[in-house]
Each structure stands twice: as structure tokens, then as C-alpha cells.
Design a binder for this molecule. Structure first.
Ligand code: PNS
Length: 176
């Protein structure tokens, strides 16, 4: 019987509950789902690839058909290498559509045998993005319920605490 392997590529910087929602949906329809973290030396990430991998691995252990990997170079080349015939991407709102359509069509041009499959996360996550999570955490806001607890703790240690300390320090210097 034909087994469908899909990859779910992304930056996952950091992993959010929206990503996990999509992993859960993808794990239901594909025989094997590989969450593939892009190793991109050009993009300054908040979490290292190893940290992101650890968070993803911990949070996806309950899915027996999901594994986590990293890749660099063209996504279509990686997909071919691991025998994937589908790429899973999430679409939250119409604003995602244009970029995702462009990427899907370009990937189809590069590798016509690879199909992009779009899935919608739960409405509760339709406004959620890693970028906003990073920004909120760095400004001392709460990201509870938006990311797994493990990610929340790591964000606190990496960005919220140092940002708060810097703010206190500046206040002191200004004599406040
Ligand atoms: O989570 P992101 O940042 O939206 O994910 C984007 C990602 C990793 C899927 C995309 O940038 C990608 O596939 N990069 C690998 C390089 C590549 O294949 N580029 C051509 C895309 S048409």
C-alpha cells in the first residue's frame, strides 16, 4: 500500500500552539509527517536550531508518526531526499494566501511531483505568529496559551527577563 510522507517545513522560532495544532491535523491525514526546521544562517533567529528542535521533539512525542528534522538549501530537494510527496503549510488568514500561493507555485515549478497541502489551524490561533510571540515576550507581555509551557519558560529566560533587567537598569541610570 502507498504510504504518504509529508514534510511540514518552517522556521518555528519559536514553536507556537498554532504550529502544534497543524501538526496534529497533519498527523491524522499523512502516514508520516516530518517537521522540518530550516537552517538559515542568513536569518538571525531567537532560538538556535538545536533549541527549536528540542522544543519540537518534546512537544510532538505523543504523535507516533511525527518526527523532527532540520534542512538547508531548497525545500523541494530536501523533500525528494526524504521521499516526501506532500508539503504541509498552514494558512491563517487571507493575508497569508498570497505568499503561500507564490511559494507553492514556485515549488511546483521546481518539483512538479510535490503537492502543497494547506490546512487551517483552529480559529483561536488565526492571529498567532512566532514573530508576534517574540515581540510580546521581549516587551514583557504574557504569551500564556499561545505557546506550550516549555516554550513560555524558555522565552521568559531568554528574552523577557533580560529585557526587564535592561529596563530597570535604564531607569536607574535616568535616576527614576
Ligand atoms: O516558517 P516560515 O519562515 O514561513 O517558513 C518558510 C520556509 C522555511 C517554508 C521557506 O522559507 C522555505 O521553504 N525555505 C527553504 C528555501 C527554499 O526552498 N526556497 C524556495 C521557496 S519557493
Amino acid at each position: 500500500m502507498k504510504r504518504v510522507i509529508a514534510i511540514y517545513p518552517g522556521s518555528f522560532d519559536p514553536l507556537t500552539n498554532g504550529h502544534l495544532d497543524l501538526v496534529e491535523r497533519g498527523a491524522k491525514i499523512f502516514d508520516e509527517l516530518i517537521v522540518a526546521i530550516l537552517r538559515n544562517p542568513e536569518k538571525q533567529a531567537l532560538f538556535s536550531v538545536e533549541e527549536r528542535r528540542e522544543m519540537l521533539e518534546t512537544m510532538t512525542t505523543r504523535f507516533s508518526n511525527v518526527r523532527v528534522d532540520t534542512f538547508d538549501g531548497l525545500m523541494v530537494d530536501y523533500a525528494t531526499r526524504v521521499g516526501a510527496t506532500a508539503v504541509l503549510r498552514g494558512i491563517r488568514a487571507i493575508s497569508d494566501y498570497e505568499y503561500e500561493l507564490q511559494m507553492a507555485l514556485m515549488n511546483r515549478k521546481l518539483e512538479p511531483r510535490l503537492e502543497t497541502v494547506f490546512m487551517m489551524p483552529a480559529e483561536a490561533y488565526s492571529y498567532l505568529s512566532s514573530r508576534l510571540v517574540r515581540e510580546i515576550a521581549s516587551l514583557g507581555g504574557s504569551v500564556r496559551g499561545l505557546v506550550p509551557e516549555m516554550v513560555e519558560e524558555k522565552l521568559h529566560r531568554k528574552v523577557t527577563e533580560p529585557a526587564m533587567k535592561r529596563r530597570e537598569h535604564r531607569k536607574k541610570l535616568a535616576g527614576g
